[in-house]
Design a protein around this ligand. Structure first.
Ligand SMILES: *Cc1c(COP(=O)(O)O)cnc(C)c1O
Length: 363
């Protein structure tokens, strides 16, 4: 049975994108590939708000998240944690053999710039990881405020995950002073999974060049060397790069400001609709994500039953809570290609399914 995903990743992929992936293969060391690679650079740089190159990695985002960490951490990294993905980053730091400190906030609460300053001021850090939009709990931290703090510490290379916010809102990497910006294909870009984008500053590359144990596949220096030839270090997922090229056409046709406005509008539509039913937001006011809404299940609905009805009767799937939030929150994505019409249809289905969903006693 086929159904449409409104979970916050992977998300629905358009027919046009899927068709782009069906194009015949080209060699990855040919002039055709170099032309493809170079043609998409300016638009990727515009989306990332940077003059630095945007490398293409055949992996999910975690590949380059780990690679960035290995490339720039020599002394100690500060991992800012406020949800499942940012928590994982601390674990990855330790597995990569890095000295790391966990700066923990409750899931759903934003990363506090003052707490970051206090911790960085204790000294010894040369890298920091940060998730702009914590998809697991729909919480968006104040990136400009955080970057202002991080820039007070010139030794600290910033690694910022924009997996679920990239292209949905302005992300002026250079203006904010972000060293390494990372995103993946299957969230806000509405591509199938398997491709990650990473842009690194000259400062970050300089650090990487003198850092031991970078490995090969995710080494930033290797990406840069190949970028200069219009290529990737190893054979890339060429079909996904065609899909990315097609998506960039879509973004150009819509206009980036219109795209940002559409995400903000659809996000608000979902939020207002669901709050009017008596649900509350999981993140605090002002820190909700622009690409999804994470609601608290304060009314105690059986979210498993709700999703079962949505899927079987309406062909739609939302998320019933990530990890330890399963059953306690639900998330609805408005990423990618959603429109006023598709969101309206989703909300009609949501209302119908909710009306036949039992409530369960509070846990
Ligand atoms: C989905 C997600 C990731 C992990 O991406 P993978 O594609 O599974 O590697 C990392 N960070 C955020 C914010 C995400 O939403």
């Amino acid at each position: 049975m086929s159904y449409k995903l409104f979970i916050p990743g992977p998300i629905a992929v358009s027919e046009k994108t899927l068709r782009a992936m069906a194009r015949p293969m080209i060699g990855h060391r040919t002039t055709e590939f170099v032309a493809l690679y170079q043609a998409i650079q300016p638009e990727l740089q515009a989306l990332a708000g940077t003059r630095d190159p945007v490398y293409l990695s055949t992996s999910s985002a975690w590949g380059v998240m780990e690679g960035a960490l290995r490339s720039v951490t020599r002394r100690k990294v500060l991992n800012c944690m406020n949800g499942a993905f940012s928590d994982k980053w601390y674990d990855v730091s330790l597995r990569a053999g890095k000295a790391a400190t966990a700066l923990r906030f409750d899931w759903g609460k934003p990363v506090d710039p003052d707490a970051v300053r206090r911790e960085l001021a204790t000294g010894g850090y040369d890298a920091i990881t940060l998730i702009h939009n914590e998809t697991s709990c729909g919480c968006m931290s104040d990136l400009p405020a955080l970057m202002r703090v991080i820039r007070e510490f010139p030794d600290v290379i910033s690694i910022v995950d924009t997996v679920s916010s990239f292209s949905a809102m302005p992300l002026p990497k250079d203006e904010l002073g972000i060293d390494i910006l990372i995103t993946g294909s299957q969230k806000a870009l509405a591509l199938p999974p398997g491709l990650a984008l990473v842009s690194a500053s000259a400062r970050a590359l300089e650090r990487a060049a003198g850092t031991e144990g970078r490995g090969y596949y995710f080494d930033l220096v290797e990406f840069q060397k190949n970028h200069e030839q219009g290529m990737t270090p190893s054979t890339p997922a060429i079909s996904l790069i065609y899909a990315l090229q097609s998506k960039l056409e879509d973004i150009r046709a819509e206009g980036i400001a219109n795209r940002h406005a559409r995400h903000a509008r659809l996000n608000r539509t979902v939020r207002e609709h669901v709050l009017a039913k008596g649900f509350t937001m999981f993140p605090p006011p002002g820190f909700g994500s622009v690409t999804l809404n994470c609601f608290a299940n304060n009314l105690g609905y059986d979210l498993g039953a709700l999703n079962k009805t949505l899927k079987s009767k309406h062909g739609l799937v939302i998320d019933g809570g990530y990890g330890k939030l399963k059953g306690k929150t639900f998330r609805i994505s408005n990423m990618g290609d959603e429109t006023d019409e598709t969101i309206a249809a989703l909300l009609r289905a949501f209302d119908a399914a909710l009306a036949e969903t039992p409530r369960v006693p509070a846990a």
